[in-house]
Design a protein around this ligand. Structure first.
Ligand code: HEM
Ligand code: NAG
Ligand code: NAG
Length: 404
């Protein structure tokens, strides 16, 4: 019992001693009212604390959680297909460190679209005309999840971007392109293809197996720049990352990531951002690391860059959420892409990016193709940083919080 209640009780006994019955009755009523309020508050509280029916599941056996509803988002403020600029994610720090670097995500910010939507969409259309089977796949194990994903998008997109998407009884129509997608009642189309055609993102579906591993079972990977769905399809998280020589994966990431995937609940979506430097301006596939259709591709095949205008900043915003009905994990990868020369105009960026790059340990250098652009990017960033510092944009005056 809390302070207030014991205070009330004391005052009731005091009243009995002094025989002031009216005050005693008032005191008793007061106690009853307090209990009534407490009792009436307890009931809703119990139902608010939802039991996670999958907390003790056997791996690979998910019970659909029909109580979980994704919050409906408000419209993106003033969103306009021509004028809403891409978010300025600048996910580099003065010192690079290898961590999972995930942070909680607001459900409303699940999918980010902007004035590059049409450009991304056209890349996807053009590429799938040539090689759709290579760029998207929905295996039988991922099929229900892919349709659940489309249902989630059906709820989300028209509320978040009402000037771009409209609900139809069995799907979504696109108010800008005139496209219409039917899927609520099943479709012969690959559901992951439909999902990709709605978004700027690439998307992967990870399915939990009976051994607790998360395996890539469905995806639409169309603008990934330097990796191919066919190389990663059907692989578990660990092999996806080790086959690409992700630096220190085993030492610093594997255990934390595997635990995270198993434990992630539907109400706890997350995001992470990364960055790369690319030695050509091709968003869908970085030709410098090799022809997309070759057997093996990699930085080792790339020519060293010669000119700063060749260099692009590629940054991904990745989101991870678990869907309630199938329990599948949906991984979205949204790429932000701009010339280094444009990026370097921004206050404090040249010094911070330069310091970040210079702090890469050898494994990170190898993974990120450091030797192929360092002789061009380092002198350039140094010069730009000096110019900014002469104007007062020094590390000392840099805000501590900057965009991811
Ligand atoms: C918490 C989740 C995850 C973390 C912390 C993580 C971490 C990383 C890191 C550190 C890299 C190196 C590039 C970078 O700095 O981003 C990477 C690369 C990559 N990740 Fe992940 N990852 C996660 C989830 C996933 C998932 C679900 C997939 C499923 C498709 C995936 C696929 C890849 C691929 C394909 C690469 C490129 C590998 C290559 O270069 O061949 N990651 N990841
Ligand atoms: C966006 O720009 C295009 C081409 O200039 C134009 O046709 C369209 O009406 C514009 N849309 C909006 C919403 O302003
Ligand atoms: C969906 O399919 C069912 C049966 O296959 C049919 O009765 C129903 O009209 C369809 N709904 C739409 C919106 O197409």
């Amino acid at each position: 019992m809390n302070q207030t209640n014991s205070g009330v009780l004391r005052s009731v006994f005091y009243d009995l001693d002094s025989s002031k019955w009216s005050r005693t009755v008032c005191g008793l009523i007061f106690i009853m009212v307090i209990f009534a309020i407490k009792y009436s508050q307890k009931k809703p509280k119990k139902s608010v604390v939802k039991r996670d029916i999958n907390a003790n599941r056997k791996y690979g056996h998910w019970t659909p959680d029909y109580n979980f509803k994704t919050p409906t988002p408000p419209p993106y403020p003033n969103w306009d297909i021509n004028t809403t600029r891409p978010q300025p994610y600048r996910a580099f720090r003065h010192k690079y460190s290898i961590t999972m670097a995930i942070r909680n995500m607001d459900f409303h910010q699940w999918i980010e679209l902007d004035n590059e939507w049409l450009k991304f969409h056209n890349h996807k259309l053009e590429r799938t005309r040539e090689k759709k089977q290579e760029l998207c796949v929905t295996s039988p194990e991922a099929r229900d999840a892919a349709f659940e994903l489309l249902d989630e998008l059906w709820n989300y997109l028209p509320h978040r971007y009402p000037s771009l998407f409209q609900q139809t009884p069995d799907g979504l129509s696109n108010l800008v392109t005139g496209e219409s997608w039917s899927f609520k009642n099943g479709t012969k189309e690959d559901p992951m293809y439909i999902a990709a055609m709605l978004l700027q993102d690439d998307i992967a579906i990870m399915i939990e197996q009976e051994d607790g591993q998360y395996v890539l079972k469905g995806g639409a990977i169309m603008l990934a720049g330097f990796w191919r769905l066919k190389d990663k399809f059907n692989l578990p998280l660990s092999a996806i990352h080790t086959s690409g020589d992700v630096p220190k994966y085993k030492e610093k990431l594997q255990t934390g990531m595997e635990k995270f995937f198993i434990r992630q609940t539907c109400d706890k979506p997350v995001v992470r951002n990364n960055y790369f430097i690319q030695t050509d301006g091709n968003l869908p596939w970085s030709k410098s690391i090799g022809d997309e259709d070759k057997d093996v591709v990699g930085w080792y095949t790339a020519e060293p860059a010669k000119d700063i205008n060749q260099l692009y900043f590629r940054s991904e915003r990745q989101s991870l959420r678990r869907l309630p009905k199938t329990g599948a994990t949906i991984f979205t990868i949204r790429t932000y892409f701009l010339p280094i020369t444009e990026l370097a105009q921004e206050p404090y960026v040249p010094r911070r990016l330069l310091n970040g790059i210079r702090s890469w340990v050898p494994e990170v250098q190898d993974y990120r193709g450091y030797t192929k652009f360092k002789d061009v990017v380092e002198p350039y960033l140094e010069k730009m940083a000096d110019e900014q510092e002469a104007k007062g944009y020094t590390v000392e005056t840099e805000p501590e919080v900057y965009p991811y």
